[in-house]
Design a protein around this ligand. Structure first.
Ligand SMILES: [Zn+2]
Length: 284
């Protein structure tokens, strides 16, 4: 075989197994709708149909007006939300809104204690199961609370969802946030509940610490059971609101998958590639 034939052979093998580099995309976002949950005091979501129907021009046309507070549903808290002179929504660097997904599973603890706060031990337990929390990670608590959405009484865990003093839901402990800031490098810290501070917080230390460190927060993240606790890449695509203190975000993850259509896995691709290289070396 001539060299170019070998290059072709290797490239065909890679093409056969090319799908093994594929990934699936998982949506981690609740619908933005009339059921969207806002913190008490915010105006309600406004979805007004401006046009929906056949036009005199013979074509169909739809257009709507939307009015929404920044902090509702699946959304981002910009660092300026709780700290003066920190990044507002439009000037958060886009590369700070992407990173390796680190999902801290505290579902059992939150089921036992609604006021649970994620601890340094929870972070170290993740590291003992996987590896050190990667640089520029997006670290999100999975308390199982996302399954309660959009029922406000269940999400805020109270019979009085307009009275924040009655709220009981889990989030982060400030000691864990201090540790993430000083010992690791994180791009975003998130929760599947309505606040990065737990429901009974009156002083919001997690919001303040994250703001001071110019780290955005993500709240009401959905569907966290559909991604692995390690190995995904998470994207926090917040609407680029000028001077915003946050904003609605389409949060999603990419997760590597094996390609079942070609019957090739990462391992099989590697073996085939090695075989091809061996043949190449033997002949030349
Ligand atoms: Zn918020």
């Amino acid at each position: 075989m001539r060299p170019h034939t070998h290059v072709l052979f290797v490239s065909v093998l890679l093409r056969i197994c090319g799908g093994s580099l594929d990934f699936k995309v998982v949506d981690l976002t609740h619908d933005h709708s009339n059921t969207t949950i806002y913190w008490p005091g915010n105006p309600e979501y406004n979805f007004t149909i401006l046009a929906r129907g056949n036009t005199t021009g013979g074509y169909w046309y739809e257009s709507n007006y939307i009015g929404t507070a920044e902090h509702g549903g699946t959304h981002l808290d910009s660092p300026a939300h709780f700290y003066k002179d920190r990044l507002r929504t439009h000037n958060i660097p886009i590369e700070n809104l992407v990173g390796p997904g680190v999902i801290i599973n505290v579902k059992n603890k939150a089921a036992e204690k609604a006021d649970y706060q994620v601890s340094i031990d929870d972070l170290k337990q993740w590291e003992s199961m996987y590896k050190q929390i990667p640089e520029k990670s997006i670290v999100i608590m999975n308390s199982g609370w996302h399954e309660r959405y959009p029922n406000a009484s269940l999400v805020f865990n109270t019979d009085s969802p307009t009275d924040s003093s009655t709220f009981h839901f889990p989030a982060w402990h400030e000691k864990a946030i201090e540790w993430l800031i000083s010992e690791r490098s994180v791009n975003v810290v998130g929760v599947d509940t309505p606040s990065t501070d737990f429901g009974q917080s009156k002083t919001f230390p997690v919001h303040i610490l994250l703001g001071q460190a110019n780290i955005p927060g993500a709240e009401n993240v959905a569907n966290l059971d559909a991604i692995p606790e390690a190995g995904s890449i998470i994207f926090v695509a917040v609407t680029k609101i000028y001077d915003g203190s946050g904003g609605p975000a389409r949060i999603f993850a990419t997760v590597p998958i094996k390609d079942t259509s070609s019957g090739c896995s990462h391992g099989l691709s590697f073996v085939l590639l090695m075989c091809a290289l061996c043949i190449f070396i033997q002949i030349f």
